[in-house]
Design a protein around this ligand. Structure first.
Ligand SMILES: NC(=O)c1ccc[n+]([C@@H]2O[C@H](COP(=O)([O-])OP(=O)(O)OC[C@H]3O[C@@H](n4cnc5c(N)ncnc54)[C@H](OP(=O)(O)O)[C@@H]3O)[C@@H](O)[C@H]2O)c1
Length: 324
């Protein structure tokens, strides 16, 4: 018998419980993996709350690291005993052990410890595709990144600095502002006490920025459009404050022939070669020291309810990892 976090109905964090589960044998193309650490991501709350519908009962979680214990038929490139990590579907990472497809696994070098590996995959590959492929950030560009002291945010500040860009970041408290600055954010705006649109205009001498990365969603959507230069790109990549709905496209003309995209990591790592390239870029930057994973919270996996409350309560900074 092994344990996992299960939810049988959608709702607040309290719908999750730590239960005994059966783990079957791996089928064709699958492996059984024993997790050593599990990553917490905001998307886990969307599945739990019902924002992203999913058949129930289910176990949340899209990211973990562990050891392969058993291999099904038609799996090549992996062996029992390999230390691997992953970020992607199917959900179910909040478990001590699970069966899953082998084609999303990435072998992790010994130089990277379990907690770092569990924290870096989903948020790291997200930053990779956001800064290199959704909009290609170049040295000298000035970008706006919301929630700059969060898991994705702190990695984005470091990666954008590494590229040679100027980063304007928003945060919800003075403590978070200090953290964003320490991780390469050049201009930090507390959007709970300051008008972020006015501040971005001031910092850019009235020009605005060519790209805004917005994982906050509903609360910042319109303001983000106002921070853009004419023909700028709004990258709406998350819903921490709620989803953006019912956008009137004429607003994009009125604000300067703007572009909007709503990307997902799954579409940017859809092929094995894209996944390997993205993971390899992250691993290289972590090994070189250009990217430091700041794991500010750890919880035992059985404490997932508390972890979700803290994440949704804006109490966390940097990345969060579940131990086992
Ligand atoms: N599309 C993709 O491929 C993809 C992949 C990974 C993550 N994401 C998205 O990226 C965003 C960040 O993910 P993360 O896991 O790194 O989380 P996170 O940034 O560590 O946590 C979310 C942060 O959002 C801010 N926030 C603003 N308004 C909020 C509200 N009403 N409720 C809760 N938080 C609010 C908070 O920071 P402040 O207090 O500083 O405002 C909070 O700490 C999420 O929207 C997530 O869904 C998207």
């Amino acid at each position: 018998m092994t344990k996992a976090i299960i939810f049988r109905e959608t709702g607040g964090p309290g719908v999750m419980s730590w239960e005994d589960v059966q783990v079957g044998k791996p089928g064709a193309g699958e492996v059984r993996i024993r997790h050593s650490a599990v990553g917490l991501n905001y998307i886990d709350t969307y599945f739990r709350s019902g924002l992203y519908p999913f058949p129930l009962p289910a176990s949340p979680g899209m990211e973990a690291v562990g050891i392969i214990e058993e291999i099904g038929n038609e799996v090549s490139g992996f062996s029992v005993g390999d230390r691997v990590a992953y970020a992607g579907r199917p959900i179910g990472a909040y478990s001590e052990e699970r069966v899953m497809p082998a084609d999303i696994l990435i072998r992790i070098p010994d130089s990277i410890d379990d907690q770092t590996a569990a924290a870096m995959m989903l948020q790291g590959m997200t930053v990779e595709y956001l800064l290199q492929r959704t909009f290609h950030v170049k040295p000298g560009d000035t970008i706006l990144f919301h929630a700059a002291a969060g898991g994705v945010g702190l990695l984005a500040c470091q990666w954008a600095k590494h590229i040679g860009a100027t980063v304007i970041g928003t945060v919800g408290s003075e403590e978070k502002a200090a953290l964003a600055r320490e991780h390469g954010c050049d201009h930090v705006i507390n959007y709970r006490s300051e008008d972020f649109v006015a501040r971005v205009k001031e910092i850019t001498n009235g020009n605005g920025v060519p790209v805004v990365y917005d994982g906050v969603g509903k609360d910042t959507f319109e303001g983000s459009l106002d921070c853009l230069q004419s023909r700028g790109l709004m990258v709406s990549y998350g819903n921490a404050s709620g989803p953006v709905r019912g956008v009137d496209l004429s607003i994009l003309t009125a604000k300067g022939s703007l572009f909007v995209t709503r990307p997902s990591l799954m579409d940017y790592t859809a092929t094995r070669s894209e996944l390997e390239q993205s993971a390899s870029d992250v691993i290289k930057l972590v090994e070189s020291g250009a990217l430091t994973l700041r794991i500010d919270q750890t919880y035992h996996l059985s404490e997932a309810v508390k972890a979700h409350e803290d994440l949704e309560g804006r109490k966390t900074t940097g990345s969060t990892v579940f131990t086992l």
